[in-house]
Write a protein that binds this ligand. Sequence first.
Ligand code: FES
Length: 108
Amino acid sequence: MKTFILGRTKKEVERLVPEGQIKTVRLGNTKICMSRIADNYFAFEQACPHRKADLGKGTINKFKEVICPLHEYRFDLETGRCNQANCSDLKIFKTEISEEGLKIYMPN
Ligand code: FES
């Protein structure tokens, strides 16, 4: 497991990840997507598990789901679960916010 830290303060992280938007960030050699709803931060893979569309161009709805821009499949931001049976779940990464920034835990 690798741990990355985004930002240096909670305020900086809030600016980097505006509420309800999707930001693409590079952690090491991997690009992932980040989103925030209130104080809850979500990190997930950039490529949609269905046909690899860029989820960084997707949207977030009020049910804590990311909606893929290509075929509009929805993925739960907390569990990664897809709303369509013919699609794998989205990989999500654990996050932890503190006054020192946002920790993101990535598998090796
Ligand atoms: S590529 Fe994302 S739903 Fe099809």
